[in-house]
Design a binder for this molecule. Structure first.
Ligand SMILES: Cc1ncc(COP(=O)(O)O)c(C=O)c1O
Length: 375
C-alpha cells in the first residue's frame, strides 16, 4: 500500500466490541485475568502495554518500513531510550547542529553516566570517519537539522556505520516518512518527536522509535520503555494516531507553503541567508534531491543586522504566532538563539519559521510587512 493509504488505515480497524469506527480510548491501568490466570487479550498493566499504544505502534512501523515501533512520552524520551540502550564507556557521534535537547542530554546526562560523545559536521562524512573510535556504537543523524536545515547523506553515514559496526539512528521528525525514509537508506532506528508533524496540531507531546528489525535491540528498547516507564498516556496515543491519518495531505500543504515562503524570503533585501534545502542554491539541495521527495515545512532565515534586527521582525508579525515548536496548522516564528540560551551555536540573526497551512499569500504579506519595519 502507498503511504497515503497507510497513514489512514495502519493500526486502525473497527472496534470488535462495539463496531466503533473511531477507536475507543482505554484508560484502564489493569486488565482482568481468566480463572486459569491467563490474560485473554494479552494486556496486563498500563505501563507495560495498552490497546491505544499498541494500535499507535502498529500504525507507525509500516510508515517507516520498519518491523517494530515503540511509543514514548516525548521525542526526548525516545531519544534518551536509545542512549540508555548503550553501555558506559561506549561512544556516540552526533551532529554539531543537533536539536539542542539531544546535545544537552548527551552532554549533561549521559557524559556523567559514562557515555562518551563527539559532535561533528555531518554534512562531511570524512568528519564522521575521523571521529570513530573502537568504542563507537552509535551514529546519531538528524536531517534536516534543527534549526539550520543542514542535510546529512543518510546512505553515506549508513555505509560508515556498517563498516565500523556502529548503529545508525536518524531523527526523522522534520521530514516525516512522507518525505524521507531513513530505514530504506540503511539506518537501523528512526526517531520521531510525534509532538510535531505526526500528531500535527500542537496539542500533544509524544515520541517514537521505529526499528528495522524486531531483534535484540528492539527487545532492549522495549525493556527500557516499559520498565523505565516514559510511556505516553492512552489519550496521547489516541491523539497521535488520529493526527497521523491526515499526515499526507498536511505535509503537501506545509511543503507548498514553505516553498513559496522560502522563495519570497530569498529575494528580500533585509534577508542575509535562507536555509531551505528546496532552494536550488542551498548547500543541501543535491543530497535532498537524492533522499527526500520534498523539503518540508520548516524554513530558517538570517536577518541582516543580527539579533536586534531579527527580534524586531519577530515583534512586528501579526499572523505568525511567536512561539516555539513546529508542525501544527498555524505558522510559528522563533528567535532560536534566545531560546537556546548561552552556548547556543545558532547564528544570532536566525529566525526559525514553522510554515503552517494558512494561505501562502497571507503568510508572505505578513512577513513582508514585518521585514519592512515600522515604516
Ligand atoms: C528535531 C527534533 N528532535 C527532537 C525533538 C524533541 O521532541 P520533544 O519536544 O517531543 O521531546 C524536537 C523538538 O523540538 C525536534 O525538533
Amino acid at each position: 500500500m502507498r503511504i497515503e493509504t497507510l497513514v489512514v488505515h495502519a493500526g486502525h480497524a473497527p472496534d470488535p466490541a462495539t463496531g466503533a469506527v473511531s477507536p475507543p480510548i482505554h484508560l484502564s491501568t489493569n486488565f482482568a485475568r481468566e480463572a486459569d490466570g491467563s490474560l485473554p487479550h494479552g494486556f496486563l498493566y498500563g505501563r507495560s502495554e495498552n490497546p491505544n499504544r499498541l494500535a499507535l505502534e502498529r500504525g507507525l512501523a509500516p510508515l517507516e518500513g520498519g518491523a517494530v515501533a515503540l511509543a514514548f512520552a516525548s521525542g526526548m524520551a525516545a531519544t534518551t531510550a536509545v542512549f540508555q540502550s548503550l553501555a558506559p564507556g561506549d561512544h556516540v557521534i552526533a551532529p554539531n547542529d543537533a536539536y539542542y535537547g539531544t546535545a544537552k542530554v548527551l552532554r549533561e546526562v549521559f557524559r556523567p553516566w559514562g557515555l562518551a560523545s563527539s559532535f561533528v559536521n555531518m554534512t562531511d562524512p570524512a568528519e564522521i570517519e575521523r571521529a570513530l573510535t573502537p568504542r563507537t556504537r552509535l551514529i546519531w543523524v538528524e536531517t534536516p537539522s534543527n534549526p539550520t536545515l543542514a542535510l546529512t547523506d543518510i546512505a553515506a553515514v549508513a555505509r560508515i556505520g556498517r563498516a565500523s559496526g556502529a548503529l545508525i539512528a536518524c531523527d526523522n521528525t522534520w521530514a516525516t516518512p512522507l518525505l524521507q525514509r531513513p530505514l530504506d537508506l540503511g539506518a537501523d532506528i528512526v526517531m520521531h518527536a510525534t509532538t510535531k508533524y505526526l500528531a500535527g496540531h500542537g496539542d500533544v507531546t509524544g515520541g517514537a522509535l521505529v526499528l528495522r528489525e524486531d531483534g535484540e535491540l528492539a527487545a532492549r528498547l522495549r525493556l527500557i520503555q516499559t520498565v523505565g516507564g516514559a510511556v505516553p498516556s492512552p489519550f496521547d496515543c489516541w491523539m497521535v494516531h488520529r493526527g497521523i491519518r491526515t499526515l499526507a495531505y498536511r505535509m503537501r500543504g506545509h511543503c507548498d507553503n514553505a516553498e513559496r515562503v522560502a522563495a519570497f524570503l530569498a529575494t528580500h533585501r533585509a534577508v542575509e541567508v535562507v536555509h531551505y534545502p528546496g532552494l536550488a542554491g542551498d548547500p543541501g539541495h543535491g543530497v535532498g534531491n537524492r533522499q527526500m521527495t520534498r523539503f518540508g515545512g520548516m524554513v530558517s532565515v538570517q536577518i541582516r543586522g543580527g539579533a536586534p534586527a531579527a527580534l524586531a521582525v519577530v515583534s512586528r508579525v501579526r499572523l505568525f504566532t511567536r512561539a516555539t515548536s513546529l508542525g501544527g496548522p498555524e505558522s510559528l516564528i522563533e528567535h532560536r538563539a534566545s531560546v537556546e540560551g548561552p552556548g547556543s551555536r545558532t547564528p544570532p540573526g536566525l529566525l526559525r519559521l514553522s510554515v503552517g497551512l494558512e494561505h501562502p499569500d497571507d503568510l508572505i504579506e505578513d512577513l513582508d510587512q514585518a521585514l519592512a519595519g515600522p515604516g
